[in-house]
Design a protein around this ligand. Structure first.
Ligand code: G3P
Length: 245
């Protein structure tokens, strides 16, 4: 069955999701990055979201929409060093990334996704009112994850993460096919990421059908992070204005 999204949902704001990862710079200037994100979100109309380290969620949540970088699939209990949906919810985050390539839900190291555990995590987050942004490495994973109906599915080919070649230049056909498939088969939002650095990369992502981008090094490691956020967000909102004119 084709579920498909309503026109109103399709008309939603574009998303710029800034993943702080565990960069030293994230701890050193994460609050300033969140302030810049909030300012530019208001300027451009693009929904800028930050995913800081867990210990910083309480500091950024009052500044700009904040999500966690991941949760384990377990409920609160005797699970030392696990992160639960409950902790994330209590910290004030609006949701969480899940299954990022640097923290995959797998049965074994480098193995295939543990779909049952991932679905448990998605369902537990949803039940708690948390948004879920689930990362995938390819179309097959995207198809399986879309069936879980998370808030967003984010396609990020691992070999391009942290580099200077954007997924939109390396795999435009896959990006287009991915966005198309997600929109036709689910209510999830298609996002893309990996190597996104320039305004052209961001604009291309929207042209190819994505509803937004995930960016880490292009912002966190930039000499002028505010300028980097503004260039990426403006490119996505300029593209929308061109379409409407
Ligand atoms: O989650 C976003 C991330 O994996 C992409 O990293 O450094 O290529 O923007 P980067």
């Amino acid at each position: 069955m084709i579920i498909g999204r309503s026109e109103a949902e399709a008309d939603m704001r574009k998303i710029l999701l800034i993943n702080y990862k565990a960069y030293k710079e994230s701890f050193d200037r994460g609050i300033e990055i969140a302030r810049a994100a909030s300012k530019i979100s208001k300027e451009t109309g693009v929904e800028v979201i930050v995913a800081p380290p867990f210990t910083m969620i309480k500091d950024t949540k009052g500044i700009v929409k904040t999500i966690a970088q991941g949760v384990d699939e377990v409920d609160p209990g005797a699970f030392t060093a696990h992160i639960t949906w409950y902790e994330v919810k209590e910290s004030g985050a609006a949701g969480t990334l899940l299954n990022h390539s640097e923290k995959r839900y797998t049965y074994s190291k480098g193995g295939e996704i543990a779909y049952d555990a991932l679905k448990q995590a998605v369902d537990r987050c949803k039940a708690a009112g948390l948004e879920t942004y689930v990362c995938v490495q390819n179309i097959e994973e995207a198809r399986r994850v879309a069936e879980m109906e998370p808030t967003a599915v984010a396609y990020e080919p691992p070999e391009l993460i942290g580099g200077n070649i954007s997924v939109t230049s390396a795999h435009p056909d896959i990006v287009r096919g991915f966005a198309d498939m997600i929109k036709k088969s689910s209510r999830s939002v298609p996002l893309i990421g990996a190597g996104v650095k320039t305004a052209e990369d961001a604009m291309k992502s929207v042209e190819l059908g994505a509803e937004g981008v995930l960016v880490a090094s292009g912002i966190i490691l930039a000499a002028d992070f505010e300028d980097a956020i503004r260039r990426l967000a403006s490119a996505m909102s300029d593209h929308e204005r061109t379409l409407l004119s």
